[in-house]
Design a protein around this ligand. Structure first.
Ligand code: XLS
Ligand code: NI
Ligand code: NI
Length: 439
């Protein structure tokens, strides 16, 4: 059965188009900075939001109208049908990657053995669809937060049996990710954090968290899984203190436990917002540490303190994010995964398509603008000029670690007059950025 039969494959029609089912900025094969737009952007569909998002919120029940979900009642049959719908949907949009949690694609059964059996059945269907369409798995992951057994965390749970269960579940999720040729595997610390120190052994929880990651690294070696491991930082929600707070926290955690060589970061826009950082800050920090891996492209609402996971439509943000990605040399294993859900009142199947088109166009426009900024070296030339005092003289000695406090004191005593400071010219740069955005 075809569900999007009435809808033509989405095409690029340019910025003057009024067709809601056309791309205005995303022209997949167009070459920018020597690479096609689709290879720069590597769009990915998030299975959980797009296929299983129902529109529930703390105040109300499901709102989404999904004809395929209504057409079958058996859970396993429904899961199989959703796979078909997912691939048809990605084909219409020309999305070449997807991401999933184990529990998004297949319903959990009474025991882990039964769950794994059902999971394998669904993976069979996914495998066929991947072969048919050429669509690839950007990353897989395990849902270690939804089931009530994870009420106190997974690898950071005070209950060792829960640690064991999380390990067993992750083992299987890694196996299916490997089987589907996944380019990566994500660890988002679901409920790995705490509410109050009154009942928490923080040291043991952090040690166990690192132990768990080390076990995953060991198992990847054992089964020959070559995909990239990522940690996805998030500062809060569901727990008050999430251990993977932001890029900086995760990088130092990985270094402390000698895990840094095995992991990169999967950075999500809305999580940056929750950490009171900009997305470009999070990306730059990862990049300068060689850990910029992949992106969960969405956006939050600055007036709300939670992870609203909206589709990205903010051009300013997409320009600055794409600038960082270009600056870091582009994606290798990673891509732009739409960890985003349609608003509760955007409940039609058409809304689902339009939301993805809007997100793809936003990042495509971001890429176009960021590429021009990069080519014209607007920011890079300014940096060069601003930091030129480190190119010669005492500055050069400082950055080549040739001087100590005594030498610097002597330098100041003999020089007497310091070089004057220069203005940062923030407003000028912001105005130039606006020119690049508006054309
Ligand atoms: C939740 C996270 C989650 C991860 C995958 O806030 O963004 O969806 O991306 O587990
Ligand atoms: Ni995410
Ligand atoms: Ni999120």
């Amino acid at each position: 059965m075809k569900f999007f039969e009435k809808i033509e494959p989405v095409k690029y029609e340019g910025s003057k188009s009024t067709n809601p089912f056309a791309f205005k900025y995303y022209n997949p094969e167009e070459v920018i900075l020597g690479k096609s737009m689709k290879d720069h952007l590597k769009f990915s569909m998030a299975y959980w939001h797009t296929l299983t998002g129902s529109g529930v919120d703390p105040f109300g029940s499901e709102t989404m109208e999904r004809s395929w979900d209504d057409s079958v009642s058996d859970d396993i049959e429904k899961a199989k049908l959703r796979v078909k719908v997912a691939f048809e949907f990605m084909e219409k949009l020309g999305i070449e990657y997807f991401c999933f949690h184990d529990r998004d694609i297949a319903p959990e059964q009474d025991t882990l053995e039964e769950t794994n059996k059902v999971l394998d059945e669904i993976v069979d269907v996914i495998e066929v669809e991947m072969k048919r369409t050429g669509i690839k798995l950007l990353w897989g992951t395990a849902n270690l937060f939804g089931n009530k057994r994870f009420v106190n965390g997974a690898s950071t749970s005070p209950n060792a049996d829960v640690f064991a269960f999380a390990a067993a579940q992750t083992k299987k999720a890694m196996e299916i990710t490997k089987r589907l040729g996944g380019a990566g595997y994500v660890f988002w610390g679901g409920r790995e954090g705490y509410e109050t120190l009154l009942n928490t052994d923080m040291k043991l929880e952090l040690d166990n968290f690192a132990r768990f990651l080390q076990l995953a690294v060991n198992y990847a070696k054992e089964i020959g899984f070559k995909g990239q491991f990522y940690i996805e930082p998030k500062p809060k929600e569901p727990t008050k203190h999430q251990y993977d707070f932001d890029s900086a926290t995760v990088i130092s955690f990985l270094r402390q436990y000698n895990l840094d060589q095995y992991f990169k970061l999967n950075i999500e826009t809305n999580h940056a917002t929750l950490a009171t950082h900009t997305m470009n800050h999070e990306l730059r920090l990862a990049a300068i540490n060689g850990m910029l891996g992949s992106v969960d492209a969405n956006q939050g609402d600055l007036l709300l303190g939670w992870d609203t996971d909206q589709f990205p439509t903010d051009i300013y943000g997409s320009v600055l994010a794409m600038y960082e990605i270009i600056r870091a040399g582009g994606f290798t294993t990673g891509g732009l995964n739409f960890d985003a859900k349609v608003r509760r009142s955007s409940f039609t199947e058409e809304d689902l398509l339009i939301a993805h088109i809007a997100g793809m166009d936003t990042y495509a426009a971001g890429l176009r603008i960021a590429a021009r900024l990069w080519e014209d070296k607007i920011l890079e030339n300014n940096l060069e000029k601003r930091y030129r005092s480190y190119e010669t003289g005492i500055g050069k000695k400082i950055v080549s670690n040739e001087v100590g406090f005594k030498d610097l004191e002597e330098y100041v005593f003999t020089k007497k007059e310091m070089e004057p400071n220069e203005p940062g010219r923030q407003e000028l740069l912001e105005a130039i950025l606006n020119q690049y955005i508006l054309g």
